[in-house]
Ligand binder design. Structure first.
Ligand code: PLP
Length: 454
């Protein structure tokens, strides 16, 4: 019998997260305050616990996973790695395809890997409530899950268009005890400001972040939790790549190329960074972040300092950005809608250490359906981006006859995203390329760092 699943024991759950900063050729560009000077760690203390701020700026290579967090991880970790035998056959490729399946978490994606850690550190710091934003609902449901595990109250600002279109993610959050508010809301100054200008605003992640940050900053007992982008989030997600390395070791294989969908960069960083350490040590491995052509942050955005939110409450991060006032096109059903990207992923891309490709919407769903028919699991629309890029590479291998080892992160399942699949099957989805003019225009809205710094 051929082996399909590569399974680790619970005792093999990594004891440390991997911090890529230790192996980066250049130190990360620092976050800047409104005055153009680097943000001091205390400026973040209004919304984050000290331990997470320390992780955000740490350059230690290995950071120990607290025992209780490791114990909490046993609810769904280690996650299985699969060999995609049936997909390989369907494609007729000589490539060997592997994927790590993060859909085994109760929320159905990789996001609880960091939610659990963030909730634990906040609990240790005496925090009672967490606010956050959510787009499609994966992050909000992940935080709702761990809020329940640690007895924290959770308020989720959910992008209005998703709040209306994805009622089941909302009910999931409510099942785990979280409060869900459609954003923009009139609960915050930021929300009221947007509503005054655009009463029909469908909302955006940037706006929802403004609301959640504003509330957390104004209450002693409340902190804010972010599901992607920040260094500590990517750090926690490295548990994926670290487990994958152990799984490849058991097989005596090593990947030639790794693909992951890239929104804010957390599952990409999580799966890819531990392999980047090998790359820094001279090993050949291609690390590919895959994004939609309708939100082409890495492949077409500007590498510049920009706000993380729409209103301009967050520090400035040096990242690839489509402009903090980016509102994703309504026809886009595939997630991955954030205007920016992790500063670490951005810098590594800028320095040529990682690759990025953009794929169109219809081809991603086509890949997702092909995968589901071969492998059984129905992928999250976000994950379909990685599957598309991996299948394209497998088809190139078919032409050249190269038996490459390809690996992708199946970041989540699509059970709550069947409305997007419905649209695909009924021909309602279109390809959309975010227009060059809009990207050009965004340049004029970027904060003027030098000028502000004086
Ligand atoms: C949130 C999400 C993503 C994108 O976010 P990253 O921070 O870029 O990982 C990808 N896949 C799934 C299933 C998600 O829930």
């Amino acid at each position: 019998m051929q082996q399909t699943k590569i399974i680790l024991e619970e005792s093999e759950i990594p004891t440390h997260w991997y911090n890529v900063i230790a192996d980066m050729p250049n130190p990360p560009a620092p976050p800047l305050g409104p005055d153009g000077n680097p943000v001091t760690p205390d400026a973040l203390a209004a919304i984050f616990p000290e331990a997470l701020i320390e992780q955000e700026v740490s350059s230690e290579r290995w950071i120990e996973i607290p025992e209780e967090v490791r114990q909490g991880y046993t609810m769904w970790r280690p996650s299985p790695m699969f060999r995609a035998h049936r997909l390989e056959q369907a494609l007729g490729t000589p490539a060997r395809i592997y994927y790590k399946y993060e859909g085994v978490s109760p929320a159905g994606s990789h996001k609880p890997n960091t939610a659990l850690a963030q909730a634990w550190y906040n609990k240790q710091a005496g925090i009672k409530r967490l606010t956050t934003e959510t787009g499609a609902g994966q992050w909000g449901s992940s935080l709702a899950l761990v809020g329940q595990m640690f007895g924290l109250e959770i308020r989720v600002y959910m992008v209005k268009v998703s709040y209306e279109q994805k009622p089941f993610r909302r009910s999931m959050m409510q099942t785990w005890g979280a409060e869900v508010v459609a954003s923009p809301s009139n609960l915050t100054e930021s929300g009221r400001k947007i509503l005054a200008q655009h009463p029909d605003s469908p909302g955006s992640l940037g706006i929802a972040i403004s609301e959640a940050v504003e509330e957390a900053a104004s209450r002693e007992d409340t902190n804010y939790a972010l599901g992607s982008v920040l260094n500590h989030v990517l750090l926690h997600q490295t548990i994926i790549g670290l487990e994958a390395k152990k799984q490849f070791e058991k097989l005596g294989e090593y990947p030639d190329a790794i693909f992951a969908p890239c929104g804010g960069g957390s599952n990409f960083g999580g799966v890819a960074f531990p392999f980047l350490a090998d790359k820094a040590a001279g090993k050949e491995v291609r690390l590919v972040a895959v994004e939609p052509t309708s939100c082409p942050t890495l492949t077409k955005g500007h590498y510049a300092y920009d706000f993380g939110d729409a209103v301009g409450l967050t520090p400035l991060l040096k990242m690839y950005t489509l402009g903090h006032d980016f509102v994703p096109p309504g026809i886009h059903a595939g997630g991955l809608r954030y205007h920016g990207d992790s500063a670490l992923v951005s810098q590594l891309y800028n320095e040529g250490l990682i690759d990025a490709v953009a794929v169109p919407q219809l081809a991603t769903f086509e890949a997702g359906v092909q995968f589901a028919r071969a492998e059984g699991i129905i992928p999250a629309p976000e994950s379909n981006h990685a599957i598309r890029a991996c299948i394209d590479e497998a088809l190139r291998c078919k032409e050249t006859g190269e038996p490459k080892v390809l690996f992708f992160n199946l970041s989540g399942h699509g059970h709550f995203d069947m409305a997007a699949y419905d649209k695909y099957f009924s021909g309602e989805l279109e390809d959309f390329e975010y227009p060059e003019e809009a990207i050009e225009e965004a340049l004029h809205h970027l904060p003027r760092v030098g000028a502000a710094g004086g």
